[in-house]
Design a protein. Structure first.
Length: 410
């Protein structure tokens, strides 16, 4: 990390550019669940699988920009070191952003790896069709951009953005790595902002979206987003029958048919800087209630097989594969409600939020407290699952998490 920082600091003056960076260190403590498929697999065969361990992480981030050869050059590099509890540590350096930018007539263009985040939601963003950022991480970490060729044009009240994302990636790539063309149009309408989105993926084909953000008053803001897609990448369980033991993970990637996503929300803030956010969304790409019932039935069948004396290793392996569903989808349930309250009091900011799933009554509860100075930010928080025992979030491999972190910017 020290070598990376010294090299970047030596480069910036030579190119007449700008240099900034940060150092971030945090400890993330995880409490493994006593229920759910991964816990059941671990009970049958302790060595087969375990929930993610608690770990300590240190990040050093250096961002530099310079004008050279008539172009604007930007680089963002992060060196990361992690040491899990009870395991060996590892480290790596990653280019988060690296692109050149210039102008061509009335258009601005960028070429390289760049973070391009779109849409208006806080907890969920249907039209984030380029970056496809994972939302509501417990600990915020730097984003790695996507390879893009981007052109933008701005007027006082409007803007156009055209993006070719992952242009050199193979056609069969899934998810955020799929080669695609995307476009965004923005128009200011008095106190409101209107957006339109379009995307064409090589495999998932077309999608159209729209969004708005409206400042109703000094205290109230409303926003919403809608997207329709012809196809989407997903995962399916190819198990032959609930009680059959698979010889390999039954989860396979596939391309599904049409789906819709929608979000509606608002923020209220008073003169004392107390803020309340409420958002509700529907994600048609998440597993349906029927799919979750089939998943639960398979888990119950595997447990009965274990109780009847089935081969422990085979049953444990199948139970562990059941837990792969939690990493396969952006939303676990199609219907979600997010309520968040925060208060800015000088340098302090406490916050509470609840992500609630009306379909099964499950909830994720998060509390945090942050202190921010000129260069330092200290923060800590807790997250826990709640709700009925059968709720999806109560089956997660990790039921409680806590973190403390320090961030120093220079």
């Amino acid at each position: 990390m020290a070598l990376l920082l010294c090299a970047a600091m030596a480069m910036a003056p030579a190119m007449g550019g700008e240099l900034r960076g940060s150092w971030q260190s945090y400890w993330l403590a995880r409490s493994a669940a006593q229920a759910g498929p991964l816990a059941q697999a671990h009970a049958l065969l302790p060595a087969i699988a375990a929930a993610p361990a608690s770990s300590g992480v240190t990040l050093a981030q250096v961002q530099g920009s310079a004008v050279w050869g008539g172009l604007q050059w930007h680089a963002d590099v992060v060196a990361r070191a992690e040491r899990p509890e009870g395991g060996p540590g590892h480290s790596q350096a990653t280019v988060m952003e690296g692109y050149a930018a210039g102008t061509l007539g009335n258009w601005q263009w960028s070429l390289g790896r760049k973070v391009v985040g779109w849409d208006v939601g806080y907890g969920f963003r249907p039209n984030d069709v380029v970056q496809q950022e994972v939302r509501r991480l417990l600990v915020a970490v730097p984003l790695q951009g996507r390879p893009v060729l981007m052109a933008e044009r701005y007027t006082p009240d409007a803007a156009w953005s055209l993006v070719a994302v992952n242009p050199t990636t193979e056609r069969s790539a899934t998810g955020a790595r799929e080669p695609a063309l995307a476009a965004r149009w923005y128009q200011r309408l008095g106190a409101a902002d209107a957006y339109a989105f379009a995307r064409w993926g090589q495999r998932t084909r077309g999608s159209l979206g729209a969004a708005f953000a409206w400042v109703v008053s000094d205290a109230l803001e409303l926003h919403g987003s809608l997207r329709h897609m012809a196809h989407f990448d997903t995962w399916e369980d190819t198990s032959a029958a609930p009680a059959a033991l698979a010889l390999a993970s039954p989860w396979r990637t596939t391309t599904a048919g049409a789906a819709q996503q929608a979000l509606l929300g608002g923020t209220w803030t008073n003169a004392q800087q107390v803020s309340v956010l409420l958002e509700a969304w529907y994600d048609g790409t998440a597993p349906s209630a029927g799919q979750w019932r089939q998943w639960a039935q398979r888990g119950e069948a595997l447990q009965r097989m274990a109780a009847a004396g089935g081969p422990p290793a085979a049953v444990a392996g199948n139970l562990a594969w059941q837990a792969q569903v939690f990493n396969a989808f952006a939303s676990l349930r199609r219907q979600s409600l997010l309520l968040r309250g925060s208060w800015t009091a000088g340098a302090w900011e406490p916050a509470l939020d609840m992500l609630y799933h009306p379909e099964d009554g499950g909830a994720l509860l998060t509390a945090s407290l942050a202190w921010k100075g000129d260069r330092w930010r200290w923060e800590g928080g807790l997250r826990a699952s709640a709700g009925p025992a059968g709720a999806v979030v109560r089956q997660l491999p990790v039921q409680r998490q806590a973190y403390v972190q320090a961030v120093w910017s220079f």
